[in-house]
Write a protein that binds this ligand. Structure first.
Ligand SMILES: Nc1ncnc2c1ncn2[C@@H]1O[C@H](COP(=O)(O)OP(=O)(O)OP(=O)(O)O)[C@@H](O)[C@H]1O
Length: 362
């Protein structure tokens, strides 16, 4: 286990009682404003000491209030990227980056200065002060500074929240590169699109409690949690591999249960995540004929969750994966949907998670 966190804290007006574990990869901490995300991240970083808590990173105990252990932030080997970058205004970019390097422990592994500068595309900015940088450039320098401290874990607290859509789209590939390089990341976000694109593990926080924690695709496809993600944003994540491009330009993808076509070009063999919004799914009991929709996948109803309106969330199981559909309760009754019933999902629209992000924030 890469990270184990448990904490209890009472602010008086707000109490937090949360525990989760995270394997390697990107763990997204998702929750509404005020649900306690920053408090969790600050506890991991050592910026906050909870009433009771335990934090273990890669086997090393960073906090154990019961045993009186609480390592100071600079001894935790954790990089922290804040929402507002927090660069030193009187230092140029080079000096800001070198400040991070001062905290790198002797013998720690991680990319060297030149590599970080190249990876983040900040070579032309080294002599500038933060006041002369755009929001996206500041974010990249803040990531660079954190990386140069050679952390064992990177904490990112809504690093893109202060940025506009084009700037966000510019930074995300860098975060993906860090993920692919194997750096464990705890990523705070309340954007479902960001979570769908980046997260391996998803932890959902609500009013100081953990509502769910597990593989991102399982949590996103859980009908009991769909309301947390919102009627517009809720939807499942499927893994797909690019098979090729058809003569008409559509890209053919292989998912666990069938072929899916998307309009975005992608190289053969690439592993993609596709995101299917629950509101873009129609269910049919029989395989439909004479329909313009290209993407139809077979599955079996697993769970149905009615909401307070006239709607319901239906989870369709497809082997190891699942799709979520938002239907009226009238349709659920008319189709005779119940757990175990075989069904076909007609996908009105399928988006590659990467392009989906840009679209969602347009
Ligand atoms: N030092 C403090 N004293 C009192 N209450 C606090 C303190 N820090 C946080 N809180 C309260 O704890 C709750 C959780 O705050 P926290 O910043 O962890 O939430 P969050 O999920 O990160 O929110 P956001 O997405 O808005 O940043 C809030 O109600 C906040 O007012």
């Amino acid at each position: 286990m890469m990270l184990e966190v448990s904490l209890r804290h009472d602010f008086g007006s707000f109490a937090l009682d949360a525990a989760f574990t995270a394997p390697a990869g990107v763990t997204a901490l998702f929750g509404a404003s005020g649900s306690g995300k920053t408090t969790v991240v600050n506890t991991v970083a050592g910026l906050m000491r909870p009433d009771a808590g335990r934090v273990v990173a890669q086997g090393e105990v960073l906090l154990n209030t019961a045993a009186g252990i609480c390592l100071p932030p600079n001894r935790r080997r954790i990089g922290y990227v804040f929402q507002d970058a927090r660069l030193f205004p009187h230092l140029d970019v080079r000096a800001n980056l070198l400040f991070g390097a001062r905290f790198a422990p002797r013998g720690a592994t991680g990319p060297a200065f030149d590599r970080v500068v190249e990876m983040l595309g900040i070579g032309a900015l080294l002599e500038r002060r933060p006041g002369a940088l755009s929001g996206g450039e500041k974010a990249r320098v803040a990531i660079g500074r954190a990386l140069l401290s050679k952390p064992r874990l990177l904490l990112m607290d809504e690093p893109l929240a202060a940025l506009d859509a084009p700037r966000r789209a510019e930074i995300l590939p860098f975060v993906e590169r860090l993920r692919d390089a194997g750096l464990p990341i705890l990523y705070v976000s309340h954007s479902v699109a960001e979570v769908a694109r980046l997260a391996d593990t998803l932890v959902v926080l609500g009013e100081g409690r953990i509502l769910a924690s597990g593989r991102a695709e399982d949590v996103l496809a859980d009908p009991a949690l769909a309301a947390q993600f919102g009627a517009q944003e809720a939807g499942a994540l499927l893994r797909a591999r690019v098979l090729g491009t058809d003569a008409d330009g559509l890209t053919r993808l292989q998912t666990a249960t069938g072929t899916v076509w998307v309009s975005q070009p992608a190289p053969v063999g690439a592993e993609l995540r596709i995101r299917i919004h629950a509101s873009d799914v129609i269910l049919a009991r029989e395989a439909p004929q004479g329909l313009s929709a290209l993407n139809i996948l077979p599955g079996r109803v697993e769970k149905i969750e009615t909401d307070s309106g006239q709607r319901a969330w239906v989870q369709l199981r497809m082997g190891d994966e699942a799709i979520l559909a938002r239907l009226t309760q009238r349709s659920v009754t008319a189709l005779g949907l119940a757990p175990g019933v075989p069904c076909h999902a007609i996908l009105k629209s399928v988006a590659v998670a990467r392009d989906d992000l840009a679209e969602t924030h347009k």
